[in-house]
Design a protein around this ligand. Structure first.
Ligand code: PMP
Ligand code: GLU
Length: 383
């Protein structure tokens, strides 16, 4: 009864494991949740007020499929301010989260059998989305010795006549790696030379610590013409449940994305669009507080792991850290399972991110919980 396409798709490991841990917590178990992929802060109250106002004023009907013009204009203004990117409102499509925006982009770009380069470690949903769009994920394994920074020769060696698109994710989930400008310049040259599209997932671009974010589309007209830039409010404004993300693309692609979305989900929630508009109008200091809190938590986690003598990739962005467990004698699933059952600490195994030697730790939890998690980790590894 079930289609072979549906059967071929894996469930989202991040969502599945996080749901299991949340359930344990609800049952009253004292679980430390190093697994969650969302900020723990409440959505700022100004944003909530705008949503209430939208409901009370009856802003509860269909909007244009690609989003209300005020929001699309605001997105253009913000990405110009943040990354010097020039886009017009007709190039923006507002979707139900960045996830939906990425799926729409792949759906519009891929013909059956088209190859998509995905850099490993990668976010769990990319290969599955490519398969859903009848494409073929081609994994490019970045090296641990390069701290999972790009290897341009390896990327070039994976390009074939069928390569249609590359998914770029900086800052990266799960490693927290931020691409350097010169690495982006080299990737842009390769993409232009081989006429390959880039889907640049920049959902964590406002959560940067001791590095700087560059948008690949800002590196010149030729690469901007081949790039779909993805962003949204989920992470920066602690709005994961509101489901607002967007794509910025060349006009002809944006029209296709809106056409497809118009047949599947129509517009993103009208109330959430008003909330997103309010989020993008917040003063800088209001979001800076959250970023600084993440930075402090990251520093505490790094210091604790160093004290325990563990190996990990130092994250420069997002709110994840990739911890090596193979040298402790575990596969990633073994480690995650035993750590949860023995010490009630949840982490996500690296395997669904393309690397079975590591686990992902999220530091989107309080300082006290991080400290308790580190204490339990110390006890766990000392047996
Ligand atoms: N891209 C990456 C790398 C992510 O980690 C996530 C996690 N949610 C998303 C996209 C999707 O974001 P959203 O919640 O806006 O759909
Ligand atoms: N992106 C987050 C994570 O990687 C949230 C879960 C999801 O959407 O996959 O954990």
């Amino acid at each position: 009864m079930i289609s072979s396409r549906a059967k071929e798709i894996n469930p989202s490991a991040t969502l599945k494991i996080t749901a299991e841990i949340k359930k344990l917590k609800k049952e009253g178990r004292k679980v430390i949740n190093f697994a969650g992929g969302e900020p723990d802060f409440d959505t700022p109250s100004k944003i909530k007020e705008s949503a209430k106002k939208a409901i009370d004023s009856g802003f509860t009907k269909y909007t244009p499929v690609a989003g209300i013009s005020e929001l699309r204009e605001k997105i253009c203004q913000k990405i110009k301010e943040w990354y010097s990117l020039d886009y017009k409102p007709e190039q923006i499509v507002v979707s139900n989260g960045a996830k939906h925006a990425i799926f729409n982009s792949l759906y519009v770009l891929l013909d059956p059998g088209d190859e998509v380069l995905i850099f490993s470690p990668y976010w769990v949903s990319y290969p599955e989305m490519v398969k859903l769009c009848s494409g073929k994920p081609v994994i490019v394994d970045f090296k641990e010795t390069d701290e999972f920074h790009p290897d341009l020769d390896l990327i070039k060696s994976k390009i074939t006549k069928k390569t249609k698109c590359i998914i770029l994710n900086s800052p990266c989930n799960p490693t927290g790696v931020v691409w350097r400008k010169e690495e982006l310049v080299m990737l842009a040259e390769v993409a232009v030379e081989h006429n390959i599209f880039i889907i640049s997932d920049e959902i964590y671009s406002r959560l940067i610590y001791d590095s700087q974010h560059f948008s690949i589309a800002g590196l010149g007209k030729e690469i901007q013409a081949r790039t779909i830039t993805i962003n949204g409010v989920s992470k920066t404004y602690s709005m994961t449940g509101w489901r607002i993300g967007w794509s910025c693309s060349p006009s002809e692609i944006a029209r296709e994305i809106a056409k497809i979305q118009g047949q599947i989900t129509s517009n993103a929630c009208s109330i959430s669009q008003m909330a997103a508009l309010s989020a993008l109008s917040l003063e800088k200091y209001e979001i800076e507080k959250m970023r600084e809190t993440f930075k402090n938590r990251r520093d505490i986690l790094i210091a604790g792991l160093k004290k325990l003598g563990l190996n990990f990739i130092t994250p420069q962005g997002a709110f994840y850290l990739f911890l090596k467990v193979s040298n402790l004698g575990y596969t990633s699933f073994d480690f995650a399972k035993k750590f949860l059952t023995q010490k009630l600490v949840g982490v996500i195994p690296g395997k669904p991110f393309g690397n079975d030697e590591y686990v992902r730790i999220s530091y989107a939890i309080s300082q006290e919980e991080i400290e308790e998690g580190l204490k339990r980790l110390g006890e766990f590894i000392s047996g």
